[in-house]
Design a protein around this ligand. Structure first.
Ligand SMILES: *[C@@H]1O[C@H](CO)[C@@H](O)[C@H](O)[C@H]1NC(C)=O
Length: 274
């Protein structure tokens, strides 16, 4: 089974998630990301430690739901590659997309480009993917061409408009073996852009079922970073958890439109699971 085939099945799954290519989606300005400027896009999430990962644990979590009709769409690679993606080019980009300099969209684009151009920490490799093809190419390169790829994301089992509430952990559905891992976080931009990164350090990946105070059910992906020694001391998670680099595991949930890629297990059927 060739890499091409695996990519193709992944591609189909992602297309379903991302509701296909489009010319230009509205930019979700209500999104939580455009309003923060932090070291890492994952820093907008709720942080906890491995010892809080247990059945019955209740905590407030932000689980924004993605509205496919308003989310930015992937552009075909040729189209995305035909315009610059760089902070230096921001004035031209704003003109291209007809956003005024002081608009919230301009601010969000600026922050996205700044995050994308920020330095990585030691042992980390990152790419801001501006197309599905480049996201998959990066992922395959990081995970290794000898293995297939599985993609995981958080899914909402019920519909409601509540984005922020207390959730209780009901069950740890699975621990996903993640000898290598790429996490891709969606960024505010006029078309779909994903901040993808891969760290050499040890991570644990879990799928957990949660129930919200209002009865909402979520099957959520959690990543726990066991080694935070290379993280910046100013990383927001440290002040939230009152710990320092290397002194504690740091776990966080993944919102629904962020992806976790890991090598495919040998003994599993199907090409990918959600
Ligand atoms: C979560 O529960 C705590 C304690 O019951 C409460 O103080 C807090 O306001 C709740 N948070 C949300 C977002 O509902």
């Amino acid at each position: 089974m060739g890499v091409k085939f695996i990519c193709w099945t992944l591609f189909l799954n992602l297309l379903v998630l991302m509701s296909c290519y489009g010319s230009e989606g509205a930019m979700e300005m209500g999104g939580h990301m455009g309003h923060h400027h932090m070291d890492d896009p994952s820093s907008v999430m709720v942080f906890f430690t491995l010892k809080d990962l247990k059945i019955g644990k209740r905590m407030p979590i932000h689980f924004p739901k993605r509205d496919p009709s308003t989310s930015p769409k992937f552009w075909p690679k040729e189209e995305a590659d035909s315009i610059p993606f760089s902070l230096n080019e921001l004035p031209n980009l704003l003109r291209h997309f007809s956003f005024s300099i002081d608009s919230p969209q301009a601010k969000a684009m600026e922050e996205t480009l700044r995050e994308c151009e920020s330095k990585t920490i030691q042992g980390e490799v990152k790419l801001c993917a501006t197309s599905l093809e480049s996201m998959l190419e990066f992922t395959q390169r990081m995970i290794g061409s000898e293995s297939g790829i599985q993609v995981f994301s958080t899914s909402h089992k019920t519909k409601s408009s509540v984005n922020f509430q207390n959730y209780t952990m009901l069950e740890i559905l699975m621990e996903v073996p993640a000898p290598r891992m790429v996490a891709c976080h969606t960024m505010p931009y006029p078309y779909a852009v994903f901040y993808c990164h891969s760290q050499k350090s040890e991570n644990r990946v879990y799928k957990i079922s949660l129930v919200g105070d209002n009865g909402d059910e979520v099957e959520a992906m959690v990543v726990c970073h066991l080694d935070t020694s290379q993280w910046s001391p100013t990383h927001i998670s440290f002040s939230v958890l009152k710990v320092g680099p290397g002194s504690s595991s740091v776990c966080h949930f993944f919102p629904a439109d962020h992806f976790i890629f890991v090598p495919k297990l040998q003994d599993q059927n199907g090409f990918s699971s959600m």
